[in-house]
Design a protein around this ligand. Structure first.
Ligand code: ADP
Ligand code: MG
Length: 171
């Protein structure tokens, strides 16, 4: 498996990557980004400091939408948009409790566009989209080690045999 993870049986759509530095996580993110074709919704789960934004730096740079150091956390702005080539929305719903709801975020508008939408803290809102979804869960193993579990139910990363077209209700 070219993304340097291991396939967990029995579900062919699950992959695990272990990284030992932020740089390695960015590298893996780039490999993921290079495989993405819009529209795709990517849901990133895991505690604060788990590496969600770090992986996003790699994904955005792998897509060619921005340089990795241009990608910063949208914790306070909620959404950052990158559109050098691919159109990428990076959403952080950590503080979403402070807002009225989905309408105030304008999130729904994204789903009418040909975009890649990356969402941190997706469990804070109900997000619906008839798009293929990739779920990525981060486990903080130790200071510099992260376990990154990828569920690619639609096979959009080309890592599993079933084709795209899944419907999503998340979380
Ligand atoms: P989150 O967005 O999940 O809150 P961030 O990506 O902003 O987390 O922060 C992760 C922090 O952990 C950064 O300070 C990063 O340098 C550090 N770190 C250490 N090891 C790793 C690793 N293997 N992968 C990702 N980040 C790591
Ligand atoms: Mg973050």
């Amino acid at each position: 498996m070219p993304i340097n993870g291991s396939t967990k049986s029995p579900d062919v759509a699950d992959f695990e990557i272990v990284t030992h530095s932020a740089e390695e996580t960015i590298l893996r993110g780039r490999e993921i980004g290079a495989r993405l074709k819009p529209p795709i919704l990517i849901l990133l789960s895991g505690e604060l400091g788990a590496g969600k934004t770090t992986l996003t730096k790699g994904i955005v740079s792998g897509l060619g939408a921005a340089e990795e150091d241009q990608v910063t956390s949208p914790t306070f702005t909620l959404v950052h948009k990158y559109d050098g080539g691919a159109q990428v929305y990076h959403v952080d719903l950590y503080r979403v409790g402070d807002f009225q709801g989905l309408e105030s975020l304008g999130l729904e508008d994204f789903f009418t566009e040909q975009a890649i939408v990356i969402v941190e803290w997706p469990e804070n809102l109900t997000i619906r989209a008839d798009w293929p979804v990739v779920r990525i869960r981060f486990e903080h193993v130790d200071e510099d080690t992260r376990r990154i579990l990828i569920h690619d139910g639609s096979g959009v990363l080309g890592l599993s045999p079933n084709p795209a077209g899944d419907k999503l209700t998340a979380p």
